[in-house]
Design a protein around this ligand. Structure first.
Ligand code: HPA
Length: 258
């Protein structure tokens, strides 16, 4: 399938850990494309959901082959833009820092602090003309956040509205002191994939919102005696948190169509 040989895409979903496919995407076809920035995480799946055209891209690849610091964020966003995507709902697994963000919570953050390093964080590297300092005052597009929030209410899916996402480098989890620092900085959740994705989306002028799925208490944040974070715990909590995502995405699409 050609990159542009489809109906206009109403929404693209970037799946994070625990979300490698959208089972409700009907008649999906794969679009594979290399970009001037290299290969995307995998083929873009374009199909229909609730009568609208939706694109899905698993951030870590279909078999979770790419750790957070190896994801080609630029290629992913470029591919979406080239396919005609204008709105992106990014799904990101996170650790919960503050009380409202316990395991299994769905969060819709409205702020972001970037602690990542060494990632290709811009489409403009100085060699290609104009340098662009995009505005990031509100890193997530307010109108898209509003649509997600309203959709969640409509289908009665609990969602914690607002909060600050701290993007760390990974792939290791954080130390107790690092999480305490993030808390002092004002972060509510911590994840490894929120940046540079949000900044790149802004550089391309895409609407972008983050749906944060809390997989675990961040280091040292759980009730006293909480054992070390295990992948089993993370997987179980993410399964729970993703269970109603298809329903939520369908509701978001309905909202956007209004
Ligand atoms: N820290 C960073 N990223 C994460 C975590 C965490 O505790 N859980 C899921 N993604």
């Amino acid at each position: 399938m050609n990159l542009t040989d489809h109906e206009p895409i109403a929404l693209a979903v970037i799946g994070g850990t625990g979300l490698y496919r959208l089972a409700t995407l009907a008649g999906a076809r794969s679009v594979n494309a290399s970009t001037p920035y290299g290969d995307a995480s995998g083929p873009l799946r374009i199909g229909t959901l609730g009568g609208q055209t939706v694109a899905f891209l698993p951030r870590h690849g279909e078999g979770h082959a790419l750790p957070p610091h190896k994801v080609n964020y630029r290629a992913n966003l470029w591919l979406l833009r080239e396919a005609g995507v204008r709105r992106v709902l990014a799904v990101n697994a996170v650790g919960g820092i503050t009380q409202r963000f316990g395991p299994r919570v769905l969060g819709l953050p409205d702020q972001l602090i970037d602690y990542t390093w060494g990632r290709a964080a811009s489409f403009w590297d100085g060699a290609d003309g104009d340098l662009l300092h995009v505005d990031m005052t509100d890193p997530y597009t307010p109108s898209l956040r509003t649509a997600v929030h309203a959709a969640a209410r409509e289908v009665k899916i609990p969602l914690v509205d607002g909060g600050c996402y701290g993007a760390t480098q990974g792939p290791r989890l954080e130390t107790r002191a690092e999480i305490e620092r993030l808390r002092r900085d004002g972060c509510d959740v911590v994840g490894m994939t929120g940046m540079p994705e949000a900044g790149l989306a802004r550089e391309l002028g895409l609407d972008y919102a983050c749906l944060a799925l809390v997989a675990n208490w961040a280091a040292g944040c759980g009730p006293a005696g909480t054992p070390a974070i295990t992948m089993e715990e993370v997987t179980a909590n993410l399964e729970h948190a993703t269970a109603r995502l298809p329903e939520l995405i369908a509701a978001v699409l309905k909202r956007l169509a209004r």
